[in-house]
Structures are given as C-alpha cells and as structure tokens.
Write a protein that binds this ligand. Structure first.
Ligand code: B12
Ligand code: SF4
Length: 428
C-alpha cells in the first residue's frame, strides 16, 4: 500500500521552522515495520502540483490536522476521497473532536493522539489482517455510524520507536533542526489541558543516551530547537543531558521551553555551558489571581522574577510568553501583564490572545458561559483578535490593548514583529 502523509497549510500563514515531527515519527515507525512506500508533502513548502503528483501514486492519504488547519485538511480529504483514496486524519483536532471530523463524508478514519501503533494496525486491518473494531484510539464509520475506540494505550518506552524520518519532507536541515526528547506534560493549565493529555497522555522522556545518539546523527554543528512542552521537567534528566553534551564534545547551539518552577541559576548556568542559547517560559499573566484562578498555572510570579534574575546572571537569554484576553481579566490585570513583560530582563517576549482551542478547560468555560462569538474554528487566531465577549471586555477592547502593547514596546525601542506579536529587547 502506497502512503502519502500531508502537512496542510493553515488558513492564515504562520512562521514554519521545521517539519511536522509527528508525521516524521509515523513514517519512521512504518518504515521500520516494512512499509517503505511513503511520501511526504508539506503544503507550506511544496506546490499544489507536487501534491497532485504524489496523490496520483498513493492508495492512502494521512493528514496532520490542527484546529487552525481543519478547513485545508478537509479540502485535502475531499480531493483525495474523490480520487478513490483511503483518507485518515490525525493530530490535535481529530484527537479532541473525532466525531466532528468523521462527519465529513471525505474522512474514513481518525487517529486519536499518538499515531504510531494505531496507524500501523489500521493499515494492516485495511490490508486484511486485523480488526478495525479492536484498534485502540481510532475513529471510523460502521454502516454510516460513527464509532470511536478511545485511546487507552501509549508508547510507554519512547526509546523503542525509531528516530523521526526527517527525509520525509524537503526541509533544509543544514543550519537548524527540530528535536523532540519528551512527550506529554505533567501540568494541567486551563489554556492547554486536557487537550494535551488527550494527545500525549502521561509525561515520558527518552533516555539521555537515545537523544545524544540522535544529536550525533543530525544535530552536530547546527541550531537545535527542542519542541518539547517543557524540557526541564525532570531536573536529574536535564542535568545529565547537559553534562553529556559537554563530556561528549557535541558542538551545537540549542533552545528549549522550560517552566519557571523548574529553573534556577545553577541549572541555567549548566544549560548555558552546554550550548543552550534560549529558554522560553510561559509567564502568561502579570496577575497572580489569574494564574491561580482561571489559568490553573501552578506558578508564582515571585519565583518568575527570581528566575529572570538567575537567567541574567547565567547570561541565558530568556523568552517570556504572555496571554491577554483571559476571562475574568480586568484592565488592571492586563496592565500588570504589560508591565511585567516590559520591566523585567527578558531577551524577548511574545503575546497571544486567549483562544479557546477545543478540548481545553478554557473552551469548556467559555462555552458554558456563552462567551464564544463563534464556533467556526477558521476564525480563531491567537495572534490577531479575541473570539470572546465576556462581562469584562469584548474583542474591540482586546484589539485596543493589542495596539497599546505594540506602542508600549515601540516607545522602549524593542524590535517589533507584529505578525507573530513578538518583541525583541534591544539591550540584550
Ligand atoms: C512545534 C509546534 C508548533 C510549530 C509547528 C512546527 C511543525 N511544522 O509542525 C509551530 C510553531 C509552527 C506551531 C504553530 C502553531 N501551533 Co503549535 N505546537 C507545536 C507543539 C509544541 C509540538 C508539535 C509536535 O511536533 N509534537 C510532537 C509530535 C510527536 O506529536 P504530534 O505532532 O502530536 O504527532 C503525533 C500525533 O498527533 C499523531 N498524528 C499527528 N498527525 C497525524 C497524522 C496521521 C495520518 C496519523 C495517523 C497520526 C498523526 O501521531 C504523531 C506521532 O505520535 C505542539 C504541542 C505538542 N506537544 O504536541 C503545539 C500545538 C500543536 N500547537 C498548537 C497551536 C494552537 C498552534 C498555533 C495555532 C499557534 C499560533 N501561534 O498561531 C499555530 C498553528 C499551526 C498550525 N499547523 O495550524 C496547539 C494545537 C491545538 C489545536 N487544537 O489545534 C498545540 C497542541 C499546543 C497546545 N496545547 O495548545 N506549533
Ligand atoms: S501550558 Fe505548558 S505547562 Fe501548561 S499544560 Fe500546557 S504544556 Fe504543560
């Protein structure tokens, strides 16, 4: 069976810095099990003609589908189905909204959360060996009825799956490469969980040996971006990892996301010594009330301040993420957030507008309180506007605040990237 794996182009473009690692993992897993006729198309870099040619050769088309890319994913499904292909959608949106996706007449199957094992079993079942009804974590149609087999099992040992097949897509890896050392996250922030737990379940780490082996293969001499939700969750692991980079003489520059409750000066210094040149942390709000209340962030602003000083002392550039447009947020809260971002020594900061992605607690609360202005996912854009009307504010107020934020950073001479709602500190 010939398989085509497609990463669609979302309705509104965003900065792409690497391939869909999820599809690269799927490809590597299938190849290891003898399914070698796999092609990849990323419509952010490949043309429609490339897609058309690859589609002609395929029997089954698998699509990575985020909420932001639902519409183009379903368009791909329609084209593929009309040409007689089997169509499978996986990724964040089908994982949390499987029924909605299967309502499309052009989608045959969805995969909930991690796809390696279930997709392999599905291909076998389609080929005649195995039963679709018993495959864990898939959705399908049975005589027109939508059936969902919930996800109950996960890849427990991440070392047991092969390194991602980066050759699946035509990205240029000569300078930068993305890596994934862990899956899941032990926290349950309202803007993120339980969507993430559905996607990746329990927090798991690859062994340091396993990550070092992959770095030696493809990371040496490059800028390596770890896409992990939080690479610093386990202190023992991250320390050991940094020590191994140094002792094995692996020369690379790298960046990752961390969490302020897991960072301090010693760790930041060690990471810096091991070539880390950027750590991103989600501060989200300058209001402790919102962090503890609506956001359930399990994070203290005092600790955040001390980590920012630690980062300065360790000469580690720290990137801070913030959100405005959170239900129950007041003007004072938004002003505290802007002040926090402006007055601390971040190397750069980025903002998003609170967006109720499906499957999150954020979404559930907005829906229950009738704050959502639309259920049309295409309209959701966390860099541009709010889709909420709450008792405290509406989309116009948030747009005004967006302008206030841009002007506040402009006045302080920060570099402005309006498209990504991000700012660079000129004094770093
Ligand atoms: C890296 C990343 C990005 C990169 C994307 C790089 C790339 N080319 O893929 C960038 C920065 C560009 C990005 C942008 C955005 N992102 Co993003 N991103 C991530 C992040 C941190 C990691 C993704 C990843 O590689 N995971 C590791 C791999 C192994 O897992 P995976 O991708 O889920 O794939 C597995 C399964 O989902 C499944 N699977 C996936 N596809 C398929 C297809 C088939 C056929 C099958 C069988 C299985 C399958 O099998 C894979 C292997 O197990 C995730 C969070 C997370 N931890 O997943 C957020 C995440 C995916 N992003 C999110 C969001 C909201 C965005 C943005 C909208 C943000 C914005 N500022 O505008 C944009 C929109 C991008 C888009 N495509 O529409 C949300 C998505 C929520 C949703 N419901 O869609 C997530 C889940 C974060 C969160 N919890 O809020 N993102
Ligand atoms: S926002 Fe970060 S820390 Fe919170 S649940 Fe999501 S990935 Fe985990």
């Amino acid at each position: 069976m010939k398989i085509l794996l497609v990463n669609p182009k979302p309705v509104e473009a965003y900065t792409v810095y690497g391939p869909s690692l999820g599809l690269c993992y799927i490809s590597a897993y299938l190849k290891q099990r003898g399914i070698s006729t796999i092609e990849g198309i990323d419509l952010n870099i490949d043309s429609n003609e490339d897609f058309d040619a690859a589609l002609n050769k395929a029997d089954l088309v698998g699509v990575y589908c985020s909420t932001k890319a639902l519409k183009p994913s379903l368009e791909i499904a329609e084209i593929a189905k009309k040409r007689g292909k089997v169509v499978v959608l996986g990724g964040p949106h089908p994982s949390v909204m499987p029924e909605e996706v299967l309502e499309s007449p052009y989608v045959d199957y969805v995969i909930l959360s991690e796809g390696e094992e279930s997709f392999f079993e599905l291909i076998n079942a389609i080929n005649g060996s195995g039963f679709i009804a018993t495959i864990d974590g898939i959705g399908y149609k049975d005589n027109g009825l939508i059936k969902i087999n919930p996800r109950t099992s996960y890849v427990k040992n991440l070392d047991s799956i092969p390194f991602p097949d980066r050759d699946l897509f035509k990205f240029d890896y000569s300078k930068t490469v993305t890596f994934c050392a862990t899956r899941g996250c032990p926290y349950k922030c309202a803007n993120c969980q339980p969507a993430l737990s559905l996607q990746t379940c329990a927090f798991r780490m690859r062994s340091v040996d396993n990550v070092i082996a992959e770095l030696k293969e493809v990371g040496q001499g490059k800028i390596v971006h770890f896409i992990d939700n939080d690479l610093t969750v386990n202190r023992k692991w991250i320390k050991h990892f940094c020590e191994r980079i140094v002792s094995e003489g692996i020369k690379m520059e790298w960046g990752c996301q961390g969490r302020v409750n897991t960072l301090d000066r010693d760790l930041l210094s060690l990471m810096r010594h091991a070539g880390c040149s950027s750590v991103s942390v989600g501060i989200e709000s300058g209001s402790q009330r919102l962090l503890d209340g609506f956001l359930k962030k399990q994070m203290n602003l005092k600790k955040a301040e001390s980590v920012i000083s630690d980062a300065v002392a360790a000469k580690m550039p720290l990137h801070g993420w913030f959100i405005i447009g959170i239900p129950s947020e007041t003007r004072e809260d938004i002003e505290s957030t802007i002040q926090f971002a402006l007055s601390h020594d971040f190397a750069s900061v980025g903002f998003s507008i609170g967006t109720p992605w499906p499957g999150t607690m954020f979404y559930k609360l907005c829906k229950e309180n009738s704050w959502l202005l639309s259920d049309d996912w295409d309209k959701y854009n966390e860099k541009r506007y709010s889709m909420l009307k709450t008792p405290h504010w509406g989309p116009d107020d948030i747009s005004d605040y967006k302008n206030i934020i841009v002007n506040s950073f402009r006045k302080k001479d920060w570099a402005i990237n309006e498209n990504d709602f991000m700012f660079g500190n000129p004094y770093w």
